[in-house]
Design a binder for this molecule. Structure first.
Ligand code: ATP
Length: 369
């Protein structure tokens, strides 16, 4: 079901945890609220669940205004980080609990279906203490889904799991969401988690949505330094706009150490109305950059943005090599290179040309904080 938040806000005393928020969460989507601790994501989720009363604004589920409905009257269920399973009940009774409370008599078939969905059919008679963390999380999920909510809210549900299990459960959650087809709203501070699972992500900062979009869009076209840096490494280069080429829909900038001008698509510039002479920060993600030893610079294809630098550090990360490079425009530029043979890697001290496709750059307003 589509969730519409309109002017939704929450203040605690004189502190505003959520500033008036307008947000549409499409029906059937896997939606992530992503942000650092204290940005207001849990408060937003709790307002949708009915566990926190909004200071102002409305919450619509489809066409229905649920702002004042008590939690148990909303077709919404929540999975928390601490699974809150009943220790004395076995798994199937834990899952059956919601149905029994509603007075449903024959629960067997539905419980079986739910346990199959989370792939725990064989452990139905165990108690929670006899399960691993990941298995307990699946039980919590089955228990939350058995009442067929229209919306499932997940508050850092994987927070207590170790990294490997987290990765596994991320894919598992995505599979389950696709299978049941209802709207999932997932709160997390882990950008990789949000990017892996969600169709749409709202990045929150200081009680506001800083940017909303599909994961790839946020990563490739961030509109603020906060979003650029929160979602990975952004390599921000201080630059000045030299040309706005409306015909080519392109900006050209000059930056210290750049070999010629740097180019980027005008649509990738977040500085509203920026013109010639304005200062911007040009970003490019580490895996988009290629490196060529300065002596071989003649072989760099035409049309690429070029910057000169000196390798400070090279580390082997298994899947890639990570270089840290001193450049005049950005003192610690990071580059990831994949498929590099051990003996061809560039050594610290080497003078290099960094080059990338103009379409892989974005620009941010340099006057932002
Ligand atoms: P976390 O990941 O740490 O849970 P969050 O982004 O989910 O962070 P919220 O829990 O929504 O953040 O809290 C947002 C802000 O509101 C925080 O500064 C928090 O201290 C404050 N806050 C939350 N609940 C209350 C409350 N009941 N009374 C006063 N302040 C609160």
């Amino acid at each position: 079901m589509t969730i519409t938040l309109s002017g939704l806000s929450k203040t605690f005393g004189d502190f505003t945890a959520v500033h008036p928020l307008d947000l549409t969460i499409p029906e059937g989507s896997f939606f992530a609220l992503l942000g650092a601790s204290g940005c207001g994501k849990t408060t937003t989720l709790r307002m949708i669940a009915g566990l926190e009363e909004p200071t102002a604004g409305r919450i619509l589920l489809g066409e229905e205004d649920i702002t004042r409905l008590p939690p148990h009257k909303r077709p919404v269920n929540t999975v928390f980080q601490n699974y809150a399973l009943f220790p004395h009940l076995d798994i199937q009774e834990n899952v059956a609990f919601g149905l029994r409370r509603r007075g449903v008599k024959s629960v067997k078939k539905q419980v079986e279906e739910m346990l199959d969905l989370v792939q725990l059919g064989e452990l139905a008679r165990r108690k929670p203490a006899q399960l691993s963390g990941g298995q307990q999380q699946r039980v919590a999920l089955a228990r939350a889904l058995i009442n067929r909510p229209r919306v499932l809210l997940l508050d850092e549900p994987l927070g207590a799991l170790d990294l490997k299990l987290r990765r596994q459960m991320q894919l598992e959650l995505k599979r389950i969401q696709t299978e049941v087809g209802i709207t999932f709203v997932h709160v997390t501070h882990d950008q990789e988690e949000a990017m892996t699972m969600a169709d749409r992500v709202a990045v929150m900062y200081g009680g506001r949505v800083e940017q909303l979009g599909e994961p790839a869009e946020l990563y490739e076209n961030p509109r603020s330094t906060f979003v650029a840096n929160f979602l990975g490494t952004s390599n921000l280069i201080e630059a000045e706009i030299t040309t706005v080429d409306a015909e080519a829909d392109e900006l050209q900038v000059k930056a210290p150490g750049a070999d010629g001008t740097l180019r980027l698509p005008a649509a990738r510039c977040a500085a509203e109305g920026a013109g010639t002479g304005d200062r911007v920060l040009v970003g490019v993600r580490p895996e988009k950059i290629s490196l060529t030893h300065k002596e071989d610079a003649g072989g760099v294809p035409e049309g690429r943005n070029r910057l000169t630098g000196r390798i400070r550090d090279a580390s082997y990360l298994g899947v890639s090599l990570q270089y840290v490079i001193d450049t005049p425009a950005c003192p610690e530029l990071t580059v990831y290179e994949q498929n590099v043979e051990r003996d061809t890697r560039l050594a610290p001290g080497a003078e290099v040309v960094l080059h990338w496709q103009p379409s892989h750059s974005f620009a941010l307003d340099a006057s932002q904080d």
